[in-house]
Design a protein around this ligand. Structure first.
Ligand code: NAD
Length: 493
């Protein structure tokens, strides 16, 4: 079988040790591809290529902004031209419903366009400064950081890679991407597009392999100037520790256990549907998932009953058949999700609906879990404290606004949160108190390339997307100009 390879210094090449990994469709167990399984030495080689490209002739960073932008606009066009192929790859590789994969592809193209446009907008500033040494003038320029390593997870394979590649490249960096070893296929297709649009050799490099080897080597390398990572909090901690040697810049987009607060005055059907989007979108494999629903006590019975009624009606199935809930990405993730369900019951939460693997008919060949709702959850329960990353939600109740806020913030995470209420002032009051980086009022989970994305607390630091997302990949240089050249007369006064 053909082996998909690494892309280093403008050429496709096998892993140095010749190792390979089989990529499987979690929806039916079929083999999708065989890809290079890289080790440390491949990451070292990719970093060397990026370094030579950045610090050598610097073709990419020296290219004018408009020319760099033109290449990135071309990437966006080609992503759109191959939208169907890319969506099918992500749907089959990760298990997600096709229409969700299609939305990801559209977003990925828009992301390249956004940063191609942004790089041409005014950046930097001009400063009035003190005149202790005579008249001076200062300005700032935004420059690329250098060699950026980008490590991404499996839940949004194309989109997570794009959200880092587009700003990093727009800023003029040279990059090494290591996608999740479970879902590398759309990244490979994207790098074929990079090859077609003609990024200078070494500008964008792709290493396919596992985290502890290929990924760790990037985090630990003294030749990497910045590492940005999206993934679990535990891996983020190990990356931050490995990165300390050369004090490289670090960006971490990590896990969450986000509260979705529903007051009794909220639009009822809207709150139910958004709560479902909050926790069942992408099979619940969403970092910002509203996986803790905090509902006002007086509404609780009616709310949970309706939520369960609608959850039971969700269509579970193979991604390309466009179900509501697709396959869980891997056997290990399936076991993890089922383990959480088992322990939640054992700890006294009440199973309202779902709670099992789906084994009927064609689903039996894949990794499917029923959308699952637990109520009567208490703050000490594992289901309330830990991220499941699957279609499982914990429902708790509150009586007062203050109690809702305290419960919402009672977590080590701070990625996201939502509030549903018809009282606008209350919505804003609650939002002001929520310690999280991404929040929604009367909706849950929509995300935008234009707005910064990132967490508080143990959900990480730094921001992807928006203007902030570009600035993460830039250094700011201060340039001071003496307006009156000649002797200063400082010494010998
Ligand atoms: P993960 O941490 O297991 O892996 C993420 C990536 O890190 C993969 O590419 C993996 O190969 C690599 N990796 C693993 N160990 C490594 C190491 N020691 N050194 C360097 N790289 C290593 O996460 P996952 O299971 O792929 O993704 C799920 C997690 O990602 C969830 O916790 C979820 O909340 C989080 N996530 C966060 C966001 C966000 O924007 N905050 C978005 C998506 C996913």
């Amino acid at each position: 079988m053909h082996v998909e390879r690494n892309y280093i210094n403008g050429t496709w090449q096998p892993a140095a040790r010749g190792a390979t990994r089989t990529i499987t469709d979690p929806g039916n167990g079929e083999t999708l591809a065989v890809v290079a399984d890289s080790g440390r030495e491949d990451s070292v080689q990719a970093v060397a290529a990026a370094r030579a490209a950045f610090y050598g002739d610097g073709a990419w960073r020296r290219m004018s902004g408009p020319l760099r932008a033109a290449r990135l606009f071309a990437v966006a066009e080609r992503i759109e031209a191959r939208a169907r192929e890319l969506a099918v790859l992500d749907s089959r590789n990760s298990g997600k419903p096709l229409r969700e994969a299609e939305a990801d592809v559209a977003d990925a193209a828009a992301c390249f366009r956004y940063y191609a446009g942004l790089i041409g907008k005014p950046q930097g500033g001009v400063y009035e400064v003190g005149d202790g040494f005579g008249p001076m003038h200062a300005y700032t320029v935004h420059e690329p950081v250098g060699v950026c390593a980008l490590v991404t997870p499996w839940n949004y394979p194309l989109l997570m890679a794009t959200g880092k590649l587009a700003p990093a490249l727009a800023a003029g960096n040279c990059v090494v991407l290591k996608p999740s070893e479970l879902t590398p296929l759309s990244a490979i297709a994207l790098f074929r597009i990079f090859e077609e649009v003609g990024l200078p050799a070494g500008t964008a490099n792709l290493v396919l392999g596992a985290g502890p080897e290929a990924g760790h080597a990037l985090a630990a390398s003294d030749d990497v100037d910045m590492i940005t990572f999206t993934g679990s909090t535990r891996t983020g901690q190990s990356i931050a520790a490995a990165a300390v040697g050369n004090l490289k810049k670090v960006g971490l987009e990590l896990g969450g256990k986000s509260p979705n607060i529903v007051f009794a005055d909220a639009d009822f059907e809207g709150a139910v549907e958004w709560a479902m989007i909050g926790v069942f979108f992408n099979q619940g494999e969403v970092c910002s998932a509203g996986s803790r629903i905090l509902v006002e006590e007086s509404l609780k019975e009616r709310f949970v009953e309706r939520l369960a009624e609608r959850a039971r009606a969700l269509r579970i199935g193979y991604g390309l058949d466009n179900p509501d809930i697709g396959a869980i990405v891997s056997p290990a993730q399936l076991d993890k999700v089922l383990g959480f369900i088992e322990r939640a019951s054992a700890q006294g939460a009440r199973l309202v609906c779902g709670g099992a693997r789906v084994i009927d008919g064609a689903c039996g060949r894949g990794l499917f879990v029923q959308p699952t709702i637990f109520d009567r959850c208490t703050p000490d329960m594992e289901l309330v404290r830990e991220e499941v990353f699957g279609p499982v939600v914990a429902v708790q109740t509150f009586r007062t606004e203050a109690e809702a806020i305290a419960m919402a913030n009672d977590t080590r995470y701070g990625l996201a949160g939502g509030v549903f209420t018809a009282d606008g002032s209350r919505a804003l009051r609650v939002m002001k108190e929520i310690r999280a980086g991404i929040t929604w009022i009367n909706c849950y989970n929509p995300t935008f390339n234009e707005a910064p994305w990132g967490g508080y607390k143990m959900s990480g630091y730094g921001r992807d997307l928006g203007v902030h997302g570009l600035q993460e990949y830039q250094q700011i240089k201060q340039v001071n100009i003496n307006l009156r050249p000649g002797p200063v007369g400082w010494y010998g006064k």
